[in-house]
Design a protein around this ligand. Structure first.
Ligand code: B12
Length: 211
């Protein structure tokens, strides 16, 4: 029998090798993939987020945990899809036009995925039209915008305007974040919320889909 507490521990400590090995063992034993995600992996990422917030963990630990989570999820995703388990919500995420920073955005994407969301990651330097097109095509509930440069923050405003113009604003919530972004800026440009870190992003996304 696979010792599933090792999966929790491996994600918490960013040990991808063990996370993948235990996941493979569990799959071979026909363990319910949803049980792995909800009972072991998501709680591990929740704990990672908590440790980050109280400064027991820093960015390197977050990145390692996110990588371990991603490795296990990649093995489980096809099984979850085959089970037809519905995601909590569908998120389109990207770094806005002109901006190439993606470390924080990737973390947010992994944490959302760990939180049960289906995540469509558009990468970096994403034009407003691309966000609109993908939100429409994939019937997203939330669009997440990341910006690390003060000069690219206006791209967030442009993206919200494009979503509005496309007539999607009443069914798509917009969350923004990134080092120079503030809560005040979020309300100035009409976003539905701002998250300071990946953990807050998950909390906020859960609140927004519940509305
Ligand atoms: C790494 C880095 C780079 C790397 C990026 C590598 C990569 N793949 O991302 C490289 C070297 C490529 C780079 C390039 C540049 N950089 Co740079 N970079 C950084 C640095 C050091 C760290 C950023 C980072 O990854 N932080 C770690 C992550 C985990 O944190 P984060 O991104 O803030 O994300 C967290 C939160 O903000 C939040 N979050 C993020 N996105 C979202 C989205 C949502 C929806 C939510 C809810 C939350 C959320 O959650 C995340 C996780 O907790 C910062 C300094 C800093 N302290 O921010 C400068 C910094 C951002 N860079 C800067 C600059 C100027 C540049 C360049 C213009 C430099 C140049 N002259 O070429 C170029 C720009 C290129 C471009 N067009 O984008 C400046 C920006 C100044 C400003 N205010 O505009 C900074 C602040 C450095 C400085 N002090 O001058 N950079």
């Amino acid at each position: 029998m696979a010792d599933l507490s090792r999966l929790h521990e491996a994600i918490l400590t960013g040990d991808s090798k063990t996370a993948i090995a235990v996941t493979k063992e569990a799959i071979a034993e026909n363990t319910d993939p949803l049980e792995l995600v909800t009972n072991y992996m998501v709680p591990a990422m929740d704990e990672v987020g908590r440790r980050f917030e109280c400064e027991e963990y820093f960015v390197p630990e977050l990145l390692l945990a996110a990588r371990a989570m991603k490795g296990s999820l990649a093995l489980l995703r096809p099984l979850l899809a085959a089970q037809g388990s519905e995601p909590v919500g569908r998120v389109v995420i990207g770094t806005v036009k002109g901006d190439l920073h993606d470390i924080g955005k990737n973390l947010v994407a992994s944490m959302l995925e760990g939180g049960g969301f289906e995540v469509i990651d558009l990468g970096t330097d994403v034009a407003p039209e691309k966000f609109v097109q993908m939100a429409q095509e994939r019937n997203a509930n939330i669009v997440c915008l990341s910006a690390l440069l003060t000069v690219t923050m206006p791209s967030m405003k442009n993206t919200i305007e494009a979503i509005d113009k496309a007539g999607l604003r009443d069914r798509v919530k917009v969350m923004i974040g990134g080092a120079p972004v503030t809560k005040q800026y979020a309300s100035e440009i009409g976003a539905d919320g701002y998250g300071e870190n990946a953990n807050e992003a998950v909390r906020l996304a859960r609140t927004l889909v519940a509305k």
